[in-house]
Design a protein around this ligand. Sequence first.
Ligand code: PMP
Length: 407
Amino acid sequence: MLTPQEIEEIRREFPILAREVSGKGMVYLDNTATSQTPLSVVDEIHRIYTTSKANVHRGVHTLSQEMTDLQEQSREKIRKYINADSREEVIFTRGTTEAINLVASSFGSRFKRGDEIILTVMEHHANIVPWQLLRDRTGIVLRVVNINDLGELDLNEYASLFNERTVMASFCHVSNVLGTINPVKEMIATAHSHGVPVLIDGAQASPHLRIDVKDLDCDFYVFSAHKMYGPTGIGVLYGKKRWLEEMPPYQGGGEMIAKVTFEHTTYAELPFKFEAGTPDFVGIAAFSKAIDFIENIGIENIADHEHLLMEYTQERMMKIPEMRIFGTAPHKSAVISFLVGRSHPYDLGLLLDKQGVEVRTGHHCAMPLMDRLDIPGTVRASYAVYNTFEEADTFLKALTRAAAILE
Ligand code: PMP
């Protein structure tokens, strides 16, 4: 377990945590949307821009070689971090969203009218809309798994949806609204027993859980750096090599080709076949420092600390009259979505902001889940490793006041 002293040391890496909002010390509880970035990452971005910036993969000159090495070292670090077999299976994208669009568009090009894809009702729009775009092009059918009152997937329904037309299953590892940690390993095994490949949206799992793509045996796994203490605009698509080799390119342009004539183009080897154009190589290189940050603390220590904070907070929130918490699965990450009585989430969010507490309000890009819960939106507080029990108390006090004002 991390000690208060260790958390204090960690906090010193995040100068933004010392700022004020509404004349009060800020409590940042919007970590699900994006986490803050430690100095080690910011310093690396600054170092590269001031000493080493040059475009990757094109030049023989020293700076270009250095930059290429930094980018590829980062790829190797991520490969190791998720336990992928090879660097060819690690594709850099702009984020989770682009990674899912890549798979839906490229892998999805093999699907035909009437083929079925299994999603769940707790998906983020990023794991719904790309499949709908594919549906509109090809006539595939989307099947949706429901949840129970705790916010857990109905695994019987999931298993019953597989049939000879099922070609893909795509679902989140952790819900960005309910916090539910889905039993993805078992769900992947079920899909594979029907010969169906699986994409896991790991956007909310990668900052909190150890990801082992080989152990999970997932076909695709996607996540974003900005939720993992890393830079914005960087994401990762892990894909099994056999699929990636078969898949057509997603975008065309520089870097992804072997030879181009006006008559015919051949494509570059993996992973570059899927990395058209100049990538955010500075961000990619700096992402490796975010992985170091996580590894130095230990992902299990991070998850334990966040879990304690979440339990501490949830328990006390339940004492506030008319409190409703959405997502109470025993196996959940440190996300608390809630409503108080008939107060509008936006009003609660504003009153919390006036007290320096930064939470997210709204549908959280999960409108079908809001429909399922029969609510317009929630207020969502979520923890990261740098949050403290004092901050939890500040939040609870601010929330009690806001709820009393809106009563
Ligand atoms: N999936 C989930 C579960 C998410 O929480 C998010 C981010 N809120 C995304 C996908 C999309 O991630 P990004 O915006 O970084 O592409």
